[in-house]
Design a protein around this ligand. Sequence first.
Ligand code: DC
Length: 230
Amino acid sequence: MQKIIIAIDGYSSTGKSTVAKELAKHLGYVYVDTGAMYRAVTFFAMTHNLIDDDHFDVLGLVSKLNEVKINFKFNPTLGFAEVYLNGENIEKEIRTLEVSNKVSKVATVPEVRYQLVKQQQKMGEDKGLVMDGRDIGTVVFPYAKLKIFMTASPEKRAKRRYDELISRGDKVTFEAVLKNVQERDYIDSHRKDSPLRKAEDAIVIDNTGFTQEEQFKLILRLVERVFEDM
Ligand code: DC
């Protein structure tokens, strides 16, 4: 059967990556979490003292972008690909609230976006790809056969992220996580380069009242419809 590209965009912590991973597994497709790539660049900037709470050396980061090598390696135990920065597994390091608090700023830098988008487009050359992010349906793969735009209330999204962080043993408050979700929504949808917006032909899914299973079934039906029309 012909393979397609599935683009899943939307606000932070809408469960995009959970459903994208499940879908890729079901279809035997490759899954790529583009947020992890922006987080990896942010982690690089943090460890090179280029960004902290009140300072961001944009030119310093841009001049070092050629030192940033991001790869994904499939981990069979976890069932998904983990992100590596210059050969080092940084999957755990990039999921902290410290990285979340800085990543939207890093993602506004056009040179960062240019590099990452180029890499993402290369990953789609063989199709058979589920990719999630903010600009996949609008910029990275404007011709994707299926585009989904996911949303949910900020409170539901913050609760999801809060539970994740607590289960990892991180010490955070619900209020701090909610504030981060709201700030990232604002920066992601107001930046000049590739702001978060729904592609005209994307299908909106508001999963505030859905279980994960209901949502998966709904998206699978959409995929099947695309295959039937091909
Ligand atoms: O999906 P996530 O929360 O891990 O993404 C982290 C940040 O990266 C998000 O706040 C905005 C940015 N991002 C982006 O600008 N474009 C993408 N395609 C993916 C993520």
